[in-house]
Every structure is written in structure tokens, then in C-alpha cells.
Design a binder for this molecule. Structure first.
Ligand code: ADE
Length: 225
């Protein structure tokens, strides 16, 4: 998989890709991440990427010109499966979207800034608009990072144990069951006996039951989906 991220603040995005699972997946060659500074696609001395809104109103708007140049340049080099715009009015990110995107080959992610992008960018270039929740960030970069992390960990080979992503919360619309590790007794707080019984069908049934109970208590909305 290849992810191209278009941003006016590439510095925000650098270090998260240099640590932990995202770093290892890049080193293993399972994913390539390329950051593109939108200012490199401007034509004036000030490297202008934004301008006032037509019709008046507070807040600057990201201009179509530099974004067109950047996306057109990338598209001339390879095919893209999705061109995603991070925006608070997009579809809210969930596990089903990250599952779908993890199966794609090449993605562009455009990070919005200021009031957002000129609507014509959305109309003519963007294939998918994603929000990470009902709150407004100062830019799409942190959303893009969350999206990348959620996608990359699902790429086969990224997580050591292939099954571990399949048992995450939200896969199958259920929260994950409680988990424990050694010691089995810590200050008298013991681990449920079934987990140390060695009876795997029983353990599986216990986990399913707990996942269902937890979901019913904490996120009953997931059971309606
Ligand atoms: N940009 C600003 N706010 C955002 C949000 N909630 N999700 C995605 N991108 C954003």
C-alpha cells in the first residue's frame, strides 16, 4: 500500500511515522507513506495556499490551484483507489471504513486547514470525505494520522500475530472482552478461572459472552447495527 498525504504542515506528520507499528510497517516494506507540502505546488513568492471567501465571511479558504497541481502530479505517476479529504463534515470514521481502506492499493489523503478547501476540490477530485468525530480540529493532519494508524495495523503482515486485529473491539460490531496476563493472582485480585482452565471451547464461549455483555452495557447502539 502507498499513502500520499497532502498538507500545509508536514512537520506535524513526520514523527508518528518514525515510531512503533507505523515505523515497522514502513521498514518491512508493507506500506509507503509520502508527505507532500502543498506550498511546494504554489507559483507565487509567498507560497500562498489560501485566500478570502467569495461572498465574505470569516476564515480563509484553501485554493484549488495548488491542490490541483499536487493531485494531478501524483495521479500522473500512478492510479489511486481513493482520494480522501479529512473534514469534520465527512462520514464518521469507523472500523468498517478502516477495514475497506486497508484493502486498497494507493490512497491520497488531503488535510484541510483554515475554513477548509474550495468546494470545487471536493466536487472534482475527492472520492471520499472522512471525519474522525463531531468536533473541529485546527487541521486535518491529526485526523489523517488516526486514519493511517487504523488502516496500517490491518495490512496483512503488519501485526505480529495475524489474528490480533481480527479480535479487536468493533470487529463484528462488538467491543473486545476483558483481557488478563500474569500474575493470575495479584494482591488477591484473581483472573477468571475459565481463562486458566485450558478448555479452549469454554474460553471462547466465555469471551463471546463477555464481549456481548460489555457491548450491551457500554455501546448498545452497536448491537442495533
Ligand atoms: N479537520 C478538522 N476537524 C476534523 C475532524 N473532526 N475530522 C477530520 N478532519 C478534520
Amino acid at each position: 500500500m502507498r499513502i500520499d498525504i497532502i498538507t500545509v504542515v508536514p512537520d506535524i506528520l513526520k514523527s508518528p511515522f518514525e515510531a512503533s507499528i507505523m515505523k515497522r510497517s514502513i521498514e518491512k516494506g508493507l506500506v509507503e507513506v509520502h508527505l507532500h507540502n502543498l506550498r511546494d505546488y504554489t507559483t507565487d513568492n509567498y507560497k500562498t495556499v489560501d485566500d478570502y471567501q467569495f461572498g465574505g465571511g470569516a476564515g480563509m479558504v484553501m485554493m484549488i490551484g495548488p491542490i490541483d497541481k499536487c493531485i494531478t502530479d501524483l495521479k500522473s505517476q500512478r492510479e489511486y483507489d481513493e482520494i480522501i479529504y479529512m473534514t469534520p463534515d465527512g462520514e464518521t470514521l469507523n472500523q468498517s471504513i478502516t477495514n475497506q481502506l486497508s484493502l486498497q492499493g494507493n490512497l491520497i489523503i488531503l488535510c484541510g486547514h483554515y475554513k477548509g478547501v474550495d468546494q470545487r476540490v471536493r466536487d472534482h477530485f475527492i472520492t471520499r470525505e472522512i471525519s474522525i468525530g463531531d468536533y473541529v480540529l485546527s487541521g486535518g493532519e491529526l485526523g489523517a494520522l488516526i486514519l493511517c494508524d487504523a488502516i496500517i495495523r490491518l495490512i496483512p503482515g503488519v501485526l505480529g500475530n495475524e489474528t490480533s486485529a481480527l479480535t479487536d473491539s468493533f470487529q463484528d460490531n462488538l467491543l473486545a472482552p476483558p483481557i488478563y496476563t500474569r500474575p493470575a493472582n495479584y494482591k488477591g485480585w484473581t483472573v477468571p478461572e475459565v481463562l486458566t482452565s485450558g478448555n479452549f471451547p469454554k474460553i471462547e464461549a466465555w469471551r463471546e459472552e463477555k464481549a456481548y455483555q460489555r457491548t450491551k452495557e457500554l455501546r448498545p447502539d452497536l448491537l442495533d447495527e
